[in-house]
Design a protein around this ligand. Structure first.
Ligand code: TMP
Length: 208
């Protein structure tokens, strides 16, 4: 699914801690690709993006107690359905897909946060032939900043985790970004909305 055409099919994922501000920037990112890809842009999210995926999202985010491996398998189940029903058909039509969270979230949250480790996720990903993203925008913020931004919001099951969990998640994202610098763009996202928007513009222009 990799594309070498300048404006061809492209799977773009947005990643970061809860409270990193990535979803706030999504319209800007979509507009950028809409101006470049006449075949259009599909905006979607994980877990979710399909009916079954949204149901799984509800289980993952709201159920009181899940074994970390159950959580992992549910996320992969949602992802397989999402790829089959939404991502692969859109890429086949030459559209750009902008996905609010994708595979790197599983490495960061389940692999690092939950401590399941990367080899299990590597194995599942290979077995299920999950296509890697072409470009990943990682909105990096210190955990304290992310927590402060979320203050006042009712936390879901994952957001209710403590600071140490999110420190591991951040470490996971940073390790992924270091390992694949050609795929990742790290966007420092602790600043104002305007600063982050400027960093997004610069990142998109540099990787276009
Ligand atoms: P969102 O609120 O940014 O859409 O993310 C939903 C939550 O799901 C967020 O806390 C991160 C979590 N998540 C994982 O733990 N693993 C995954 O693979 C994905 C896609 C999301």
């Amino acid at each position: 699914m990799k594309s070498t055409a300048p404006h061809g099919p492209l799977l773009v994922s947005l990643e970061g801690l809860d409270g990193s501000g990535k979803t706030t920037q999504i319209d800007r990112i979509v507009e950028f690709y809409e101006q470049r890809n006449p075949r259009g842009v599909v905006v979607t999210r994980e877990p979710g993006g399909t009916e079954v995926g949204e149901r799984i999202r509800h289980i993952v985010l709201e159920h009181a107690s899940l074994d970390p491996r159950t959580e992992l398998l549910l996320l992969f189940a949602a992802r397989v359905q999402h790829i089959k029903a939404v991502i692969a058909p859109a890429l086949a039509l030459g559209k750009t897909v902008v996905c609010d969270r994708y595979l790197d979230a599983t490495y960061a949250y389940q692999g690092y946060g939950r401590g399941l480790g990367a080899p299990l996720i590597d194995g599942l990903s290979d077995l299920l032939a999950i296509p890697p993203p072409d470009l990943t925008l990682f909105f990096d913020v210190p955990v304290r900043v992310a927590l402060a931004r979320r203050a006042g919001r009712t936390p879901d099951r994952i957001e209710a985790e403590g600071e140490a969990f999110f420190e591991r998640v951040r470490e996971g994202y940073q390790a992924r970004a270091r390992a694949e610098p050609e795929r990742f763009v790290v966007i420092p996202a602790a600043g104002s909305l305007a600063d982050v928007a400027q960093a997004v513009d610069a990142a998109l222009a540099a990787r276009n």
